[in-house]
Design a protein around this ligand. Structure first.
Ligand code: NAP
Ligand code: ZN
Ligand code: ZN
Length: 350
């Protein structure tokens, strides 16, 4: 067993605080990683505050992990000690069902093992995430971080990057595509950068009037304040694809109205309460689609990292100490993040 320092939530309404856990000793195909940085995803907050199904406490969030390989099992072929490695939202799956065989491990028919809060296929306990100093993961679920990337700024690619890259690629966004991104937070700012790098014309929809300059710097061609009804109406029927990254319940209908004929809107946000009803007229009138998307498989995650290295894309981050996590959550709820908090895990190592 490897004693590991961590930060955990102990109940839905109390602050996160220090905790100690044991990681398993690396098995034959396992990689042991000393965690250097971990991004702070809004899903961490949803989970630890019990906004989705109540997690098992203590709950240790964190699924945007970058670290250094310090040990490998005897059958590990793809990593060596000293390599810089990444772990995202998944640490296991059945590896033999249709979805796993298709490289879509996140949709494993027998249930994927999430990096935190899942039943651990190895120990029979619960998985614990990246708000910790060490993690042990099967090599199949570990990716290589391209050496060109800044390590702290690369960490959020493991969730925010892949969650936005995957739908943009699946729905074939490319040169000339007219793309709308809703929300300029952790996911949204990555979506703007990646859509721009794919050659799309990017329109950002935001509730925050102060984000216009940043949005344009990040790659948006146009910025629309979504609370301005007249500005929204002006965009009617103007887009091929919309990616909605908002973390709170909101009306999807005005965005659907911005899609051109046969346009597709994809939601990735997981707000704790439902959105207001979608008007079927918004869909049938122009044969529009409303869809969802969930992170991406391991192969696609590596592809995304290589794409980001090629295009010089990382996240815009604010590095925090582990001890600042509770204040960071409060700021995230006020949309006051530019544009991802990343925890420097040296602060927990002491
Ligand atoms: P985040 O950094 O907090 O960003 C969310 C953004 O949504 C905010 O910056 C804000 O942008 C906008 N927003 C917030 N409250 C709003 C409101 N009441 N009305 C309209 N817009 C609002 O969150 P994140 O980490 O990017 O995560 C976004 C969502 O995606 C979360 O629900 C998370 O759980 C989910 N998620 C899903 C997946 C997946 O695989 N499907 C993966 C990761 C995360 P503006 O200030 O620009 O309006
Ligand atoms: Zn996430
Ligand atoms: Zn499977």
């Amino acid at each position: 067993m490897i004693p590991t320092r961590a930060y955990a939530g102990f109940a839905a309404t109390t602050p996160l605080g220090p905790h100690t856990i044991d990681r398993r000793d690396p098995g034959p195909t396992d990689v042991q990683i000393e965690i250097l940085y971990c991004g702070v995803c809004h899903s961490d907050l949803h989970t630890v505050r019990s906004e989705w199904t109540p997690p098992s406490y203590p709950c240790i969030p964190g699924h945007e992990i970058v670290g250094r390989v310090v040990a490998t099992g005897k059958d590990v072929t793809t990593f060596r000690s000293g390599d810089i490695a990444g772990v995202g939202c998944l640490v296991d799956s059945c590896r033999e069902c249709r979805s796993c065989n298709d490289g879509l491990e996140q949709f494993c028919e027998r249930g994927a093992t999430w990096t935190y809060g899942s039943k651990d296929r190895h120990t029979g306990g619960v998985t614990y995430g990246g708000y910790s100093t060490t993690i042990v993961v099967d090599q199949h679920f570990v990716v290589h971080i391209p050496v060109l990337l800044d390590l702290a700024a690369a960490a959020p690619l493991l969730c925010a990057g892949i969650t936005t890259y995957s739908p943009l690629r699946h729905w074939r966004v490319g040169p000339g595509s007219r793309v709308g991104i809703v929300g300029l937070g952790g996911l949204g700012h990555m979506a703007v950068k990646i859509a721009h790098a794919l050659g799309a014309q990017v329109t950002l929809f935001t509730t925050s009037s102060g984000k216009e300059t940043d949005a344009k710097r990040l790659g948006a061609d146009q910025v629309v304040l979504s609370r301005d009804t007249a500005a929204m109406n002006q965009r009617a029927n103007s887009l091929d694809f919309i990616l909605d990254t908002v973390a709170a319940s909101h009306d999807l209908n005005p965005y659907l109205g911005c899609l051109d004929r046969e346009g597709v809107m994809v939601v990735v946000g997981g707000p704790p309460t439902p959105h207001p009803p979608v008007l079927s007229g918004k869909l049938v009138g122009k044969r529009r689609s409303l869809a969802g998307s969930l992170i991406g498989g391991l192969g696609e995650t590596q592809e995304m990292l290589d794409f980001c290295a090629k295009h010089g894309i990382t996240c815009d981050i604010e590095v925090i100490r582990m001890q600042q996590i509770n204040q960071a959550y409060e700021r995230m709820l006020k949309s006051d993040v530019k544009y991802r908090f990343v925890i420097d895990m040296a602060s927990l190592r002491g």
